[in-house]
Unconditional design. Structure first.
Length: 126
């Protein structure tokens, strides 16, 4: 039995969560939401959830790691953009809970992507 790489396990959970968050953003009343329910932000989650699923379907660890690291960096950027008033703050209408989630999830994804499974994708020395 081969061990499933951590990046794959993380994305198997994270991609459906993105899809769920995007869908819930369209049905949950704004007054009950702790995070932004802006339509473009919901679409963002749906698109990236679908991209995450597509990355998993490639069965290529380098692709999965690339998504995990890349999305982690996007999350960190979103926290910075929210605080600094950068694009797409006005479009996504982030709340404080979004900022906290972006920092925690973003740094976690980057850490997993960079540190986990390196030996499985590193070029082998002859």
């Amino acid at each position: 039995m081969t061990k499933t790489p951590l990046n794959v396990l993380v994305l198997r959970v994270f991609a459906p969560v993105l899809l769920l968050v995007g869908a819930l953003g369209f049905v949950l009343p704004e007054s009950l939401a702790l995070t932004s329910g802006a339509m473009p932000y919901n679409v963002f989650h749906l698109v990236f959830g679908a991209v995450g699923v597509a990355c998993l379907m490639t069965k290529q660890l380098v692709v999965v790691r690339g998504f995990v690291i890349g999305f982690g960096l996007i999350d960190v950027y979103q926290a910075i953009a929210s605080v600094a008033g950068l694009w797409p703050k006005a479009l996504f209408q982030w709340k404080v809970a979004d900022d906290v989630l972006h920092v925690v999830i973003g740094l976690g994804l980057v850490a997993v992507g960079v540190l986990a499974d390196r030996a499985l994708v590193a070029p082998q020395k002859a």
